[in-house]
Design a protein around this ligand. Structure first.
Ligand SMILES: O=C(O)C(=O)C[C@]1(C(=O)O)C=C[C@@H](O)C=C1
Length: 363
């Protein structure tokens, strides 16, 4: 079951927010003029509720633009004064956090590399303790839901109730056309564990390229996320960081026009009735599936006992390879996803071998 953290809904700290929560602004603040011009253009689109801008930029390797530093906080104050938009930036240590709080920033967020370090998160939590700061926590670079949760818990234990999770994708472990791999199942697990935590998506860091922003953003809404943090620059071609993933405010408007925003439920009675009917069919099929699995495991146990009597190994690689190939081709005929079939049978086989070795090692 999920854990109940004491988290306030977005509406409590941002009453003007309308579904979804949209946070937009440049990857990095570069000049006061670039900051203000981008902010004024974004403020015209009433769907943007918070202006973001990176001031301290964590870069993988030295030598790239590392942000303008604390002077950027003054530009953010100016944005707030001129546009009325709440403003936010990323903080990566205690000093950033103190400076951002002193500058009256409305939103702070912890980046993926910082979330991966419990020491850094605790250092930030110690500074925000006792304030009513809004703190957003990006997922750690590796798909470790416990580490992500741990960061949120540390902040909550410091009394921070205005919490939001940000899904920005994970360092890819295999070739992908995205910059960071969107491991949606980690989000599903986080939602199961912390059902009352609002979670938004950062399509810019997942996509890495403008052309994929729409599909990632739409998927986030299909999954039930509450908003987006998306990078927007008045002229991305001149941006000092992440040129290829930023949109002009006008292009952001076009992207928002196309997105379908979904609700977690519907008040349509007919829809509810039909859904219930279909769910009861799924329940019945799942029971059948479990019965079939249980019978299969019983046979695997019988084989295990038989192998033990005859001193034969549990793992039979030729049979396993042949079985997997057959299941994949049957799966294709039944319109089942190949990776799904592979993972499913890997799990079944793994457990079958585990049971057989246990039988073999029994006295
Ligand atoms: O065919 C066997 O020898 C089994 O024990 C069954 C089974 C399976 O679960 O399908 C289990 C272990 C082997 O590596 C191969 C297949």
């Amino acid at each position: 079951m999920g854990i109940e953290l004491d988290i306030r809904p977005i509406k409590d700290w941002l009453p003007q927010q309308d579904n979804p929560l949209l946070i937009a602004g440049p990857c990095s603040l570069e000049t006061e003029e670039q900051t203000l011009e981008t902010a004024h253009q974004l403020a015209k689109d009433k769907r943007v509720f918070v202006f973001r801008g990176g001031v301290w930029k964590p870069r993988t390797r030295p030598g790239s633009f590392e942000g303008v530093g604390a002077i950027g906080l003054k530009w953010l104050q100016q944005v707030k004064k001129e546009t009325g938009l709440p403003v936010g930036t990323e903080v990566a240590n205690a000093q950033h956090t103190e400076e951002a709080l002193n500058a009256g920033l409305d939103v702070l967020w912890i980046g993926a590399r910082s979330t991966a370090s419990p020491f850094v998160v605790q250092e930030i939590a110690d500074v925000v303790k006792g304030t009513d700061a809004v703190v957003m926590v990006k997922n750690p670079v590796n798909p470790d839901v416990q580490l992500w949760m741990g960061a949120l818990e540390r902040l909550n234990q410091a009394g921070i109730k205005n919490l939001v999770g940000i899904h920005r994708g994970f360092t890819p472990f295999r070739e992908t056309h995205y910059r960071n791999y969107p491991n949606w199942k980690t989000f599903i697990e986080l939602r199961r564990l912390l059902p009352n935590l609002p979670v938004i998506c950062d399509p810019s860091h997942i996509a890495g390229k403008r052309e994929y922003l729409f599909e990632v953003s739409q998927k986030a809404f299909d999954m039930g996320m509450e908003g987006l943090m998306i990078e927007s620059h008045r002229d991305p071609s001149c941006a000092l960081s992440d040129k290829e993933q930023q949109l002009t405010p006008a292009d952001l408007g076009l992207l928002l026009d196309k997105l379908v925003i979904r609700q977690s439920s519907s008040s349509n009675k007919q829809f509810e009735n039909k859904l219930e009917l279909l769910r009861s069919r799924i329940d019945a099929l799942d029971s059948e599936l479990m019965e079939v699995l249980s019978s299969r495991m019983e046979i695997a146990r019988e084989i295990g006992r038989y192998k033990k009597e005859n001193n034969v190994t549990a793992l039979q690689i030729n049979r396993w390879t042949e079985l997997m190939n057959k299941r994949i081709s049957l799966g294709e005929k039944l319109s089942l996803n190949k990776t799904f079939v592979q993972i499913l049978f890997q799990l079944i086989h793994e457990d079958s071998v585990r049971m057989q070795t246990e039988i073999m090692d029994e006295d």
